[in-house]
Design a protein around this ligand. Structure first.
Ligand code: PMP
Length: 295
């Protein structure tokens, strides 16, 4: 993530990433009480461009508000800091990680009077790789939205993600697919889920998922191409009628699903709607003309 030359932003200053540290008594460290974002910048014909910075930094603000964590930087300031960091680190394609946290020594369960801000950038390939994934339905559910604000990107929620992902890998799968508290398919540990059937797309609605910015982008790209997208609750059994599936996320981008437990899709991912949308997504984020190919 960093070398001795990497620059990070911490509480108002651009500093060597090696010096961006927190104390062992930080409230966020003990209670998972922090908020983060995952954003990407792409090399485009017009230079380096952050994809949908407003959407990401607005969600960052929403997440902080949802848990009462103070954040004193505007969307515009956060965008400026990101571009400056990309420049200072000479990165064209990069992942951008803002983290709002409570760094003061504090063992209480009270919201802190002030927050801290770390911004880091690094070069990161597709998070789940390029190959279609073999998923497994996780024995762990996504957190109950009545227990935590599930639409906020809160650091502590990712204990659930790490546990589910690790468990899936321990059984030889690439990644987990988690259900919600009612037994409906929700999402992956760090990506949203879509399946396709008869030329249409289906994805779980808001409620027990992080409303992904990539998910929204894919829904828009699909509708522009005349593909019907339905946001609906569905059970894992319904996937038996699917002809393909994929996951979406800023870090993962669009990645195909080859199988879910013993259900193996006959159609290779490359021949699915998901693959055509993945090509459109790449064109969009890298500032190329969106392909005219019929989807
Ligand atoms: N769900 C979860 C749990 C995630 O962590 C992410 C990654 N931020 C996503 C979905 C996808 O969201 P986005 O497309 O905004 O990156």
């Amino acid at each position: 993530y960093f070398t001795s030359h990497t620059v990070a932003f911490l509480d108002g200053e651009f500093i060597p990433a090696e010096q961006a540290t927190v104390g062992a008594y930080a409230q966020s460290l003990h209670y998972g009480y922090a908020v983060f974002e995952g954003i990407r910048a792409y090399h485009t014909p017009a230079g380096t461009r952050i994809f949908k910075p407003r959407e990401h930094f607005e969600r960052f603000h929403y997440s902080c508000q949802a848990i009462g964590l103070p954040l004193s930087y505007s969307v515009e300031e956060l965008t400026e800091i990101s571009y400056r960091l990309l420049e200072l680190n000479q990165l064209q394609d990069a992942y951008i990680r803002p983290l709002a946290f409570a760094g003061a020594p504090n063992m209480s369960l009270k919201c802190p009077p002030a927050g801290n801000l770390l911004m880091a950038v690094w070069d990161w390939g597709k998070y789940l790789g390029d190959q279609s994934l073999r998923l497994t339905i996780s024995p762990y559910e996504r957190p109950n939205p009545k227990a935590v604000p599930i639409e906020a990107k809160v650091a502590g929620h990712y204990a659930n993600s790490i546990i589910a992902s690790t468990e899936a890998k321990s059984r030889g799968f690439d990644e987990a697919l988690l259900l919600d508290m009612h037994g409906n398919v929700a999402e992956g540990p760090g990506a949203n889920f879509f399946f396709e059937r008869d030329g249409e797309l289906f994805t779980p609605p808001a409620g027990s998922i992080l409303r992904g910015i990539t998910r929204n982008t894919i829904i828009d790209l699909a509708r522009e191409a005349g593909i019907r997208v339905t946001e609906t609750f569905f059970r894992p059994e319904e996937l038996r009628t699917a002809t393909g599936a994929f996951m979406t996320g800023t870090a993962a981008e669009v990645v195909g699903v080859a199988a879910i437990d013993d259900l193996v899709f006959d159609t290779p991912f490359a021949d699915t709607l998901g693959a055509a949308l993945a090509r459109r997504y790449t064109a969009l984020v890298t500032g190329q003309a969106v392909p005219a190919e019929p989807v």
